[in-house]
Design a protein around this ligand. Sequence first.
Ligand SMILES: NC(=O)c1ccc[n+]([C@@H]2O[C@H](COP(=O)([O-])OP(=O)(O)OC[C@H]3O[C@@H](n4cnc5c(N)ncnc54)[C@H](O)[C@@H]3O)[C@@H](O)[C@H]2O)c1
Length: 330
Amino acid sequence: MRVLVTGGAGFIGANFVHSTIAAYPEAEVTVLDKLTYAGNPASIEGLERVELVVGDIADADTVDPLVKDADIVVNFAAESHNDNSLRDPYPFIRTNIEGTFRILEAVRRHGTRLHHISTDEVYGDLEIGEPRKFQPGDPYIPSSPYSSSKGASDLLVRAWVRSFGIEATISNCSNNYGPYQHIEKFIPRTVTNLIDGIRPRLYGTGEQVRDWIHVLDHNTAVWDIIHKGRIGETYLIGADGELSNLDVTKLILAEFGREPDDFDHVADRPGHDQRYAIDNSKLVEETGWEPHFKDFSAGLHDTVEWYKTHEEWWRPQKEAVEAKYAKQGQ
Ligand SMILES: NC(=O)c1ccc[n+]([C@@H]2O[C@H](COP(=O)([O-])OP(=O)(O)OC[C@H]3O[C@@H](n4cnc5c(N)ncnc54)[C@H](O)[C@@H]3O)[C@@H](O)[C@H]2O)c1
């Protein structure tokens, strides 16, 4: 089995590469990654049966032969940071929309199976305190250039299934945490700040609710969808992990033995979504998937330990990330 993993040097993709070669001894993995600031070849360095091709998913000549050689393509490649999309949306349009288009065209030409990775942010946001959760058939009402570009990519995939009969599935997942996540993101930034003795920063009041899932659980769900999902269907991946950003900050502070109010508030992100929550029943009923980390605190503890013991992985980026946030007053 030859698996083409686009964006496999990024956070979720790199974890997917690790778990795929561990779970499938017959798998050969090709990673296609542009190595933007978010891609780190160190995350997949030294792995057997893994080849890294540095290239752009929006470049048809790069994508076509790799898709031709693959039995399955799993598309993780994306511009993924909301804040960046507010400052400069164009890379999001090019990678997330045009890149997905190039993959779809290659998949159409060669009949390769595709699984497209997307986000629950395409559904907009929910009210804090309301009982409703996102359902697979909900309308797309994205808030940011990031989520709208991901929504557009999902719609392309759906249209290519309907119009051209390609074999594709889509998954929209909630917020991931775990090893190899870029330290610009909320949980790793807070953890590495605390390792460095810096007070954590919290956007606004921190009341926004996210539905956290450990990255390993996201990736087992992806494989379950590839094996058991129905072609053309969308599956929501989530592990019932709703917590406010304030609660997550306090749990991380507790991991370091610090007081629950030992952090600073910074200006909120414009248009910050209030709440995300996933109804995973379609995924669970159709594939039998179950998360390993049902308790966020246990997954968080493992994650904190990982950042404590893998300083060589994140240290080279820390100064630049904090300098960038400092410029923005965050
Ligand atoms: N992180 C989350 O919580 C989360 C939640 C739900 C869905 N997702 C989705 O999962 C996917 C992966 O997210 P992530 O957090 O691992 O992102 P990431 O930013 O850590 O990694 C993205 C990877 O894609 C690569 N890339 C960017 N542009 C490329 C291009 N044009 N061609 C080839 N490679 C390119 C980057 O170099 C990087 O390695 C994304 O599609 C994202 O929308 C993420």
